[in-house]
Design a protein around this ligand. Structure first.
Ligand code: ME8
Length: 507
């Protein structure tokens, strides 16, 4: 065991049904979690749902439900979506759970006792329809910019969090810890934002009731973002289990998209500093997935659910596409046509063909028994290069590069078969050469199955079994088990099996 590795996704709002944008983040975090488990880390992978605030209260009212009834229904849809695409989260947090209320109240009390929350009178303009505050410049012809209705002057007592006190400490933190916000372009954005100056913000509301009451003044409920961010502490026992919190905190990775980077790289660390707690090791903000191509161009991205694609591509095909299609960190288009093309090229052709050719030949030419993998065979160097590139790329969350290295090994093995033509050597009666080539290819496949398992766990596991290996790839330990010849396989029984990734033909 190499110690604790804690990774999170955002907790998603339950006013929306799960879509491929949410899945995009969640699959990447899942791959990271699975990869760390392969290293023997004690992984805690957390996802969940954000259930307080006005948006949810209103969505429920529109449906004639209580906020909790509405949250129950939608939160369950997120769980179902994640089960469908084999997300291996260890916990699923809902902000309406009692454990979260305990943690939020303990956290708030700590920040309050440390003197970073104060009561102040907010004076300004308010649109009741929006339940939001405005300044003069926001108005259009003196009216609310959204509702074109008059705004009211309000004077309201709210609790304010003294964010401005953390401007300098945060700048110093990010200058001293360049890895804390990734990729680098996002770190620069955060530093730029901090240098513009931070303003205190109102962290309580009396105008809404759907939220967690402040422990020292229950007439106020906690502002939804203040409550939501604390989920990361709740799940590791803040305010309830100090030993667990000590063991798990700080988190290794918060994974999210750029839309909520400021909350995670400014507000949350400031809240943690105010509570006297350590800051997250890494906040990784990826880009935005947009919709391109023809078939889906009239569909907005938030109408495409994992369940729309999994029946055709399978869970592995879904996962493979979203992790390898875009460079993690940048924006990119999703297109159905692109997804079919990539599936056919990489999974059906390259990966599927290598597996079926090698297994078929091993059954036909070698009696279904794994021959020796040569310690000096021509694929040894390729496998070592793939392992090195994979390990260092995944360490930087460069998923496309990491799995690109594995697919390069697949192409190398396919090329090696083309060059050595074992069907000819077999026909010529050269059993030793035939066995040598197939032994090497079976070993390459074992390494591919292991390295690809965080991404395509079903196919990797099926291939593992067909190679005559016991257990599952998840039982092996990286990097040692992915070294050529690390496992004695000679004599194992091989099975052909069905095609791992049947081709998809689009009319
Ligand atoms: O912001 N491309 O929840 P949310 C990539 N509850 N990622 C996308 C995406 C897209 N088109 N659309 C959504 C919230 N996402 C808060 C979070 S955390 C303490 C509270 C993903 O339901 C991405 O991870 O609006 C983004 O950051 C998140 O969904 C926003 O989810």
């Amino acid at each position: 065991m190499s110690g604790s590795f804690y990774v999170t996704t955002p907790i998603y709002y339950v006013n929306d049904a799960p879509h491929i944008g949410h899945a995009y983040t969640t699959v990447h975090a899942d791959v990271l979690a699975r990869w760390r488990r392969l290293h023997g880390d004690d992984v805690l992978f957390l996802t969940g749902t954000d259930e307080h605030g006005l948006k949810i209260q209103r969505a429920a009212e529109e449906r004639g439900l209580t906020p909790l009834e509405w949250a129950d229904t939608t939160s369950a849809r997120f769980r179902e979506a994640w089960a469908l695409i084999d997300i291996s989260n260890d916990d699923f947090i809902r902000t309406t759970e009692p454990r979260h209320r305990v943690a939020v109240q303990a956290f708030l009390q700590q920040v309050y006792d440390n003197g970073f929350i104060e009561l102040a009178t907010y004076e300004g303009l308010y649109c009741v329809a929006c339940e939001a505050y405005y300044v003069d410049d926001d108005l259009v012809d003196g009216l609310c910019p959204i509702h074109q209705r008059p705004v009211e002057s309000v004077s309201e007592e709210n609790y304010f969090f003294q964010l401005s006190k953390f401007e300098q400490p945060l700048i110093e933190h990010y200058e001293a810890n360049p890895e804390a916000v990734q990729p680098e372009s996002k770190r620069n954005e955060v530093l730029g934002f901090l240098r513009q100056g931070l303003r205190d913000f109102s962290m309580s509301r009396t105008s809404i009731s759907w939220g967690i009451p402040l422990p020292w003044d229950p007439a106020h409920v906690t502002y939804v973002w203040y409550d939501a961010l604390i989920n990361y502490a709740t799940a590791v026992g803040f305010g309830a289990d100090p030993d667990q919190f000590e063991y798990r905190w700080p988190v290794q990775y918060h994974v999210l998209a750029k839309d909520i980077l400021r909350f995670h790289a400014v507000y949350w660390p400031a809240m943690l500093m105010a509570a006297g707690l350590p800051l997250p090791e890494h906040v990784f903000a990826h880009g935005y997935l947009l919709v391109g191509g023809e078939k889906m161009s009239k569909t907005s991205l938030n109408n495409i659910a994992p369940a729309d694609l999994v029946p055709e591509f399978g869970s592995d095909g879904f996962r493979y596409h979203f992790v390898t299609d875009l460079h993690f960190g940048q924006d990119g288009d999703f297109s159905y046509e692109g997804m079919v093309a990539r599936y056919n090229a990489d999974l059906a052709n390259n990966f599927g063909n290598l597996a079926s050719r090698v297994l078929n030949m091993a059954v036909t030419y070698c009696g279904g028994v794994v021959p020796d993998a040569r310690a000096e065979g021509p694929l040894v160097a390729h496998a070592a290069i793939a392992l090195d590139a994979y390990e260092s790329a995944l360490g930087e969350l460069k998923f496309d590069d990491g799995f690109g290295a594995v697919w390069q090994l697949i192409r190398d093995a396919n090329g090696y078969i083309e060059d050595s033509q074992p069907w000819k050597t077999h026909k010529a009666g050269d059993a030793a050469v035939t066995a040598a080539v197939l032994g090497d290819c079976l070993e390459a496949l074992r390494i591919v199955a292991l390295l690809a398992s965080p991404l395509i766990p079903r196919a990797a596991s099926a291939l593992w079994t067909r190679l005559g290996l016991t257990g599952a790839p998840e039982d092996a330990r990286l990097p040692d088990a992915a070294v050529w010849g690390a496992v004695a396989t000679t004599g194992n029984a091989v099975e052909k099996g069905e095609s791992l990734f049947p081709r998809i033909d689009v009319p």
